[in-house]
Ligand binder design. Structure first.
Ligand code: ADP
Ligand code: MG
Length: 232
């Protein structure tokens, strides 16, 4: 199992008290599996990703990544796990305006201590495999929304994560570009054997996923019609 959440409870301060956003959530995703988490705005989808991504610590419950329990890790240890095991893609691509596509990716592996030459070669390979040959030296303003999102996905994969956490990747894209991005994620989960969790409030994005679930009243329920993929 790439990522496993057990009995996650998360609340935020609310006035004088607390509001429980996640209430005993269990969730797991295997390598090579592409899973959607849906639910209306404000239901707790991004919070779930933030817990899975070790960006916030839940009130209780366990996060297990590649078999290791993350409970009790300090800030630096969590940062290391994030860098080595996890990739993130956010709603807006969050690319740095002054960097080219290749440089956006190189920055990730620079943080991991790779040489410039190594990282440039890997960034180039990855961008080409995502259909971005010809755009390697473009800056974000010279790319379309769909291309920017593909650069962001490539950047999320740069450190070869076990788990890619993707939050509303299509909300800024039109119908065709959205479908392409979801199809790309489906291919990547299979080809690179990475667990992909995609958060989306848009139910029409669920056609290409292996499985989907919805956040309802703080818990996660499987959506009918979505079946677990074969065990790898
Ligand atoms: P979604 O991604 O499904 O739209 P979120 O996880 O962003 O939902 O938010 C779930 C609920 O928690 C919302 O009501 C939101 O206002 C609240 N919330 C999110 N982050 C915080 C925070 N840092 N502090 C307080 N409340 C928050
Ligand atoms: Mg959200």
């Amino acid at each position: 199992m790439s990522i496993c959440l057990r009995n996650i409870v998360l609340s935020y301060p609310d006035g004088d008290g607390h509001r429980r956003v996640l209430d005993d959530v269990d969730f797991e995703v295997r390598r090579g599996e592409f899973v959607a988490v849906t639910g209306p705005s404000g239901s707790g989808k991004s919070s779930l990703l933030a817990v899975a991504g070790l960006l916030i610590t839940p009130d209780s419950g366990r996060v297990v990544i590649d078999g290791s329990d993350m409970t009790g890790l300090d800030r630096d240890e969590r940062t290391t796990v994030r860098r080595e095991k996890l990739g993130f893609v956010f709603q807006q691509s969050n690319l740095l305006p002054s960097l080219t596509a290749v440089e956006q990716l190189q920055m990730m592996s620079h943080l991991a201590g790779d040489s410039v030459r190594e990282s440039r070669a890997r960034a180039t390979d990855l961008l080409c495999s995502l259909g971005l040959d010809g755009h390697l030296d473009r800056r974000p303003h010279q790319l379309s929304g769909g291309q920017r999102q593909r650069v962001a996905i490539a950047r999320g994969l740069m450190n070869d994560p076990s788990v890619l956490l993707v939050d509303e990747p299509t909300s800024a894209l039109d119908e065709n570009r959205s479908r392409e991005v979801v199809a790309l994620l489906a291919d990547l989960s299979r080809d690179r054997d990475v667990a992909i969790v995609m958060v989306t409030h848009d139910l029409s994005r669920l056609t290409l996923v292996d499985r989907a679930c919805a956040v309802r009243n703080g818990t996660l329920i499987p959506l009918p019609g979505s079946v677990p993929s074969a065990i790898h």
